[in-house]
Design a protein around this ligand. Sequence first.
Ligand SMILES: [Mn+2]
Length: 316
Amino acid sequence: MSDARIVGEILDFARRAGDFPPQREMRRRIKARESRIQQAWRQAKELWDAGIRVENPPENRSYAAPTRIVLLSDVHIPYDDQGLVRKVLEWLRTTVAQRVILNGDILDFEGISKFADDHAVPLEDEIARAGVFLDAVVEAAKTNNPHCKFDFTAGNHEDRLQKYVIRNAQKLETLVDKHGDAVVSLPHLLDLRARGIRYRGYKEIIKLPGGLYVEHGDKVSKHSAYTAKNVQTDKGGSVIIGHTHRVGAYFKKDRTGFHRAYEQGCLRDLNPKWVTAESANWQQGFGIIDYYDDEVWWYQQVLVQNGRFLVDGSIW
Ligand SMILES: [Mn+2]
């Protein structure tokens, strides 16, 4: 990832000059490591070519950083909160994101879970609805940045698909399509390659700059932030997890540095047909990471209340 501040400076210079500067010009003007300028120049050129004009961020004012990552998880289609998802997509259309990470449990796969009941939504309907959701996310995020990148990490609910194959039709597991993806798998069924979405399996972790690790998570503690704290304590670094359907934050400074641990919250409906003490303690939310440079980042914990949320100073 390139240095957001340098990208900002280049774009600011380009905006004032009314044209995009050659790299050597920027090298002369900006005193920074050669490789950082090269990287930043390329990213700034991409943004400029995409029609994005970002001012150099003033130090003392809030701004939408050029390097923004949006995190959405636990949508649990077909049990998503449709009104909320629509609103999140409306907001996504207005921001400039470099990357959207779908952090697991986008689909519920109730129909093939161990607890499947006769009323579960047919798999083909669920997958079709997930496809509509993915297209909407891609379309919204590309509104202001055609170069936006997309990631999809499987959660425990998506993992139900592979578990089901292993339990009931193990010999089908080795059947692959022309890309080498298993035929009964999410990358194939959701056509993730064609949609431009990079897939990672359950329990895979995305490592980001600034000592930050993003994963779906596979454990749940009883209280908000406790799971994030446990993951931070067990694995180290800063962490953002989905999975718990709670919004929480935990901070720690030790001799290796300052660490932060967050739980994202979910985008599913809060009233499942089965209600337990656990599911009553769910919160809706999502996350935004803004990189100022390769080391410094902020996390906006977007908490939903009565279907509304506050982000970048606006209520949606
Ligand atoms: Mn989960």
